[in-house]
Design a protein around this ligand. Structure first.
Ligand code: FPP
Length: 224
């Protein structure tokens, strides 16, 4: 049985679910939060130590302004409402991505990270304004500026994910088989599961099914 320390998730399909069920993409994003709550609970029960959630990519800025504003309001409310609960559950929150939002949101994110920084049951890495290519370019630029050797260890040091082990498992919901500029370096040896269900339809039983399949995979890392 494979140990499972780190799960990364591309939570895709909110918009389609919203249109299909409520005639509104934003309603799908709101419903997606129920799945976020469920996945957090199940991850704790499964003793997973790191959960990385792709909430907003560097490319998502191309979306209509109305949807972007809604998503960030949802995130702000989520943090305000849940931060004490997350803290009580001994959950550590870390933001991965470039924090260049409104002062209000930047401060909220920083204070949530600070408040939960000593927690140890589960670390949630929330990918916000995250893009893997720019993350790598940024790391290489720092190495060049510092005149440091380009090797795996040094590149890891300057990624947003520094200090976080690579994901063992990546799940993408929403019946789309691509990585969308998410953790391209860190996913080199992850097991990838593409799930047909849309994110708001993804239930605990679906998550457990994938975890159980993952545990039985033979992970070779290039060996035989
Ligand atoms: C992808 O679905 C989803 C997003 C871009 C946003 C994910 C955000 C949430 C689940 C809510 C906020 C999260 C937190 C943790 C507060 P899509 O819109 O691309 O769906 P589509 O492929 O059907 O259009």
């Amino acid at each position: 049985m494979n140990p499972l320390k780190h799960v990364a998730i591309i939570m895709d399909g909110n918009g389609r679910w919203g249109i299909k069920n409520k005639n509104s993409r934003n309603a799908g994003h709101k419903q997606g939060l129920t799945t976020v709550d469920q996945v957090i609970k199940t991850s704790i029960k499964q003793k997973i130590k790191f959960l990385t959630l792709f909430a907003f990519s560097t490319e998502n800025w191309k979306r209509p302004k109305k949807e972007i504003i809604y998503l960030f309001r949802l995130l702000e409310n989520f943090l305000k409402k849940r931060i004490n609960y997350l803290h009580k559950q001994n959950i550590k929150l870390r933001i991965i991505g470039v924090k260049n939002f409104s002062n209000n949101l930047n401060n909220l994110l920083k204070s949530a990270e600070k408040k939960t920084s000593k927690n140890s049951v589960l670390q949630i890495n929330l990918a916000l304004n995250y893009g893997s290519k720019s993350e790598l370019i940024n790391a290489l630029k720092i190495l060049k500026k510092n005149n440091e050797v380009i090797n795996e260890k040094n590149i890891n040091k300057y990624l947003h994910t520094s200090g976080i082990p690579d994901p063992d498992l990546l799940i993408r919901t929403g019946n789309t088989n691509r990585l969308s500029n998410f953790l391209l370096w860190q996913l080199s040896y992850s097991e990838i599961f593409f799930e047909k269900k849309l994110w708001p339809e993804f239930k605990e039983s679906d998550y457990l099914k994938i975890i159980n399949k993952f545990k039985k995979v033979k992970r070779n890392y290039g060996n035989i």
